[in-house]
Each structure stands twice: as C-alpha cells, then as structure tokens.
Design a protein around this ligand. Sequence first.
Ligand code: PEP
Ligand code: MN
Length: 388
Amino acid sequence: MSRPNILPLPFAQWGLGLDRPLLIAGPCSAESREQVLATAEGIVEQAPHVKVFRAGVWKPRTRPGGFEGVGEAALAWLAEVKERTGLLTITEVATPTHVEAALRSGVDMLWIGARTTPNPFSVQALADALQGTDIPVFVKNPVNPDLQLWIGALERLHAAGIKRLAAVHRGFHWFERTPYRNSPMWEIPVRLKAAFPELEMICDPSHIAGDRSLLAGISQQALDLNFNGLMIETHVDPDAAMSDAAQQVMPKDLAELLGGLAFRSSIAEPHLRNELQEHRNLIDRLDEEILQKIGARMEISERIGLFKQAHNIAILQPERWRRIMKAQHAFGAGLGLSPHFIQALLDAVHDESIRKQTDVWEREQEAPGIQGSSENCNGSSKDDAPFT
Ligand code: PEP
Ligand code: MN
C-alpha cells in the first residue's frame, strides 16, 4: 500500500476562531424549528464554551421505518441558529445531493457518518461533490474497526482539496456484549493520530455510550488520550427525542458534564504532550477491554457448564485443555509473549472458568432452570438500538 499522505490544517488555522478543545453540541436530529432553536439557545446560555451546533438533517437509519430526518427544510433552522446565537453549524451529508443542499444553505461544516465512511464509492462521490469548495469536513470512523477505511476516506477528501479536515471517534460496532453501544477500541484512533500527528481528532462519546450515564467517563478518557474536542448530543427534551433518546442530555446537564471534566492545556502542541501519560492512559483502556473480553468468555463458560450438567458431562476435560494450551502457546509465541506468561494467564483463566462452571452447577441444583439456560447466545447487541 502506498504511504498515506495527508496534511490537514489545525483548528487554529481554519479561520473560524476555533480553539482546542473544540466543543460541538446539539441534537441527534433536527426535529422541528422550535426544538432546534430552544436547544441552541439552551446551549449558548448554559455551556458558552460550545462553539459549534450539530443537528442531523438526513438520518441514516440502521433499519427502515424510523424517523429519517426532516430533510432539506431543516437546513433553514440551522441558518437561523447561526444568525440568532452566533454558533457555527454542522450537519451530516451522505450523498452529493445532500452536499449541494447543505452548501446552498450556508452551513459552516459537514460531517460524514459512520455508515458512509466505510463505503469508498460513497466517500468518493462526496469528495467529487466537494471538489472546489473548502468547507471543513469531519470524518467519523467507519462502523467496523477498520483503520484503513478511515484513513482512505480522509485521503479521498484531502485529495479533493479539503484541508480543513478532522476525524471523529464514535466507537465501533462489536458483536460481543460491551458496556457501550459502540466499543471505543481506543487503540484504533490512537493509531490514526500516531500516523497523522497534525490531524485534529475529536471524540463523540454519545454514540460510543448509547446511554447518557456513561458520557462523563468516556469524555474524560478521550481528553486524557489527548483528543482535541468533544461532540455531545444535546436536546432540549431528550426523552422525547425522535432518535437516540437515551444518550442525549439537556443543555444544563451538558454544562454540568463539561464542568466536571479535567481539560488539559488547550495549547499543548504535540511535542509538549506527556507521551508517557498518553501511553499509560491507553494501557488502562486496553486493560479494561481485556477484562471485558474475559468477562464475555466467562459467560460462555457458564453456558457450557449448564450444558455439561444437562448432558451429564464432566466439568474438567483434561484432554481438550492440553490441546488448547498447545495451540495458545504457539499463538502467544507469535505475539512475542513468553511461555511462562502464557501458561500463568491460561491457568488463571482456566481456574476461573472451572470455578464458574462449578458455581453454576451448584446454583442450578438449588434452583433449577432459573438462570442462564435460555439466554440469547448473542447477548444483547447495543447496536440493536433503533438509531445511531
Ligand atoms: C449522528 O451523529 O447522529 C450519527 C448518525 O452518528 P454516526 O454516524 O456516528 O452513527
Ligand atoms: Mn445520533
């Protein structure tokens, strides 16, 4: 593969008075003129550090039949927000027709959504439509954890002349159960940043979380990893929102959330950043993901325990375990892990697994049929939520 080659401008050179951290807030969807204006006014009043107002005008629904956005008519409401509040405005575009309408309306910036980024045809069509304009564009990560697709989308836009280009980390769809709607997989955006130190990258904790109670933790993690801003879904009446109700916050809650975050110096240039601290923060996130995976593994162990009990199979299967050990030793060696470490880790996992299965047997004997056996093997997918 040829070396990626993009040199986007930092926020300070976008000519829009933007600073770090860049704060973007606004509803998932523009639903009505009143909702849009009331939300924007609430944001200005409660959270004056927010510089950009977001609202989805065309909404990509995972499944048909839901609220697909108001469409072009809502662009006039964004223009009104700008006129009344001075906030800059941003909306999502997914087709050249969207781009043309958005440019006509005078919206200040565009974002490309997580369902569009992974499709090179769609991204190229957007890049072609944007050629000759210099509107700032934010590119969300693709829904699937594929760094190359993300880079490819940024390259296509950069090649079309978009130099005011930034990335948005909104998490990745993951088939296993995680506490989040979309798994953060922090190592992917961190790798993007390592490849393009000049690229501005912000975090969208709302679409990672899927639930407003998780927003503060994710936002702080992003700031600790030196993200340059946050995009937070904010709605004047979140519970009545027509999309993503559970993850939106009221303007006053946004203010409280922002007030509780520890922001690093907004002027820290890459060479001044505390690299050691960044690495440590990333390690903490990876440790969390390792524990999540072990948790998911133990759930499956419990299910196997119930199965063994129902079919009268012994818990301990030494022959199978020896085979697994051998295969995992070979796999781990390929990752540069020492045999001693692999042995200790797998022994600990095995012991915990046996303990879980024994527990499950005992519980099942005490209260047959109450737990686990009818559980959906897929767990509950957070992305089954009606919208992103
Ligand atoms: C959104 O920002 O409302 C949106 C559709 O996000 P994503 O593309 O990240 O799912
Ligand atoms: Mn949304």
